[in-house]
Design a protein around this ligand. Structure first.
Ligand SMILES: Nc1ncnc2c1ncn2[C@@H]1O[C@H](COP(=O)(O)OP(=O)(O)OP(=O)(O)O)[C@@H](O)[C@H]1O
Ligand SMILES: [Mg+2]
Length: 362
């Protein structure tokens, strides 16, 4: 090592300011992602604080940052720690006193297309990455989340708030916890509105990075109540590839537009079935989700194949991303969760114009 060369924090930050965050299209220093920079002789250590723990580019960003600093003359060892701090979309949930940084609604036009399946599995994926995740079952007519997440009751309430159930690291609230399974759920408009509001305000959610909201099918009151009660970061539309589902999905898209909810995009579920002989069967047609996204001018997020393990997992309360994490269907769900997390980050960073570049002190 050349003892003559003194490594300055300016030099390190200058090198890191050439490293781009690929989703946010800004450099790590401008994004204020570099923390705990320490220089000890020829050793440099720092932490990169990403905007989501579910960042698929994590490894690449770490590698680029390391290489950038290693190429500074005189630098010996470089230690990079990775962390994440999910930004809030800046919407005024503080008024409800909800420390929920981002809220994402999963909707469709049609019933039975896999909304709850998508909501459950993306919630579990995000929690597995280390994010603080809540899952709100806003399907007050046919609550399926308790079954799909394998929990049947709430823990004892503390203070004056209901404690959410917890499963696979996800906090869960559902009307299913509060009524008997065979009890019909008939709601009048105002009751429904207050039920959804209470799910938000009377539940001890704690601080959440992401609240995933599973909506009932259709474009009815529940979505309206939700959008009025909780400013949403964005919505996702789940559809099957076939025309009848697409027509309904289009109505779902329009509903979000009318409610002023940004659209993160379209997910096509049950896209195809991989057969044992290696061929692929388009059970419900193909390409419809992508076409809908294109025609509606919203992003296409991805496709999920048909796999019987999805249904088994749902019925047994063991999400497929837990039981078969490496299967194509779980990989598809994981990519969708990552994509949504990335879109949330981009939206949040765009909303928060308060990103202050790190001040360089020597
Ligand atoms: N990709 C898939 N492969 C196989 N089965 C699936 C897939 N996606 C969903 N399913 C199954 O299809 C059924 C309907 O899915 P799900 O309950 O998630 O739909 P939904 O849109 O939430 O329905 P609802 O409108 O009734 O709320 C469930 O039994 C689920 O396990
Ligand atoms: Mg459902």
């Amino acid at each position: 090592m050349n003892k003559q060369v003194k490594i300055t924090s300016e030099a390190v930050l200058d090198a890191l300011s050439k490293v781009q965050e690929p989703e946010l299209h800004k450099d790590l220093v401008t994004l204020n992602m570099i923390r705990d920079l320490k220089i000890d002789g020829d050793r440099v250590s720092f932490t990169i604080v990403l905007t989501t723990p579910a960042c698929p580019m994590r490894g690449k960003i770490e590698q680029n940052a390391r290489q950038a600093v290693e190429s500074i003359p005189g630098v010996g060892a470089v230690e990079v720690k990775m962390d994440a701090n999910v930004p809030s979309d800046g919407r005024a949930r503080g008024l409800l006193q909800l420390p929920i940084r981002n809220a994402i609604a999963v909707a469709s036009g049609k019933g039975g297309v896999g909304k709850s399946t998508v909501a459950v599995n993306i919630a579990v994926v995000l929690a597995q990455y280390g994010a603080r995740v809540g899952l709100l079952d806003a399907d007050i007519y046919g609550p399926n989340i308790p079954t799909m997440m394998g929990v049947q009751q709430l823990p004892p309430a503390h203070d004056d708030k209901l404690a959410p159930a917890e499963s696979y690291g996800v906090k869960i609230m559902s009307i299913g916890f509060l009524v008997k399974p065979d009890q019909p759920l008939i709601w009048r408009g105002p009751m429904l509105h207050s039920a959804i509001r209470q799910f938000l305000t009377d539940v001890a959610w704690g601080e959440l990075d992401y609240l995933i909201v599973d909506l009932p099918p259709g474009t009815g009151d529940a979505a309206l109540s939700l959008a009025q009660s909780l400013p949403l970061s964005g919505g996702i539309i789940v559809t099957l590839p076939q025309q009848v589902s697409l027509d309904d999905a289009r109505r779902g898209l329009e509903m979000f537009r009318q409610l002023d909810v940004p659209l993160f995009g379209v997910v096509e579920n049950m896209s195809y079935l991989d057969l044992p002989d290696g061929t692929r069967m388009d059970v419900f047609g193909s390409g419809g989700g992508e076409r809908l996204a294109r025609e509606s001018g919203v992003p296409y997020i991805g496709a999920i194949p048909i796999d019987p393990t999805v249904r088994q997992g749902g019925d047994q309360g063991k999400p497929v991303v837990i039981t078969h994490p490496d299967s194509p269907v779980s990989q598809a769900l994981k990519h969708i969760a990552e994509d949504i997390a990335a879109k949330i980050s981009v939206a949040a960073v765009q909303q928060n114009d308060n990103i202050i570049p790190i001040t360089m002190v020597d």
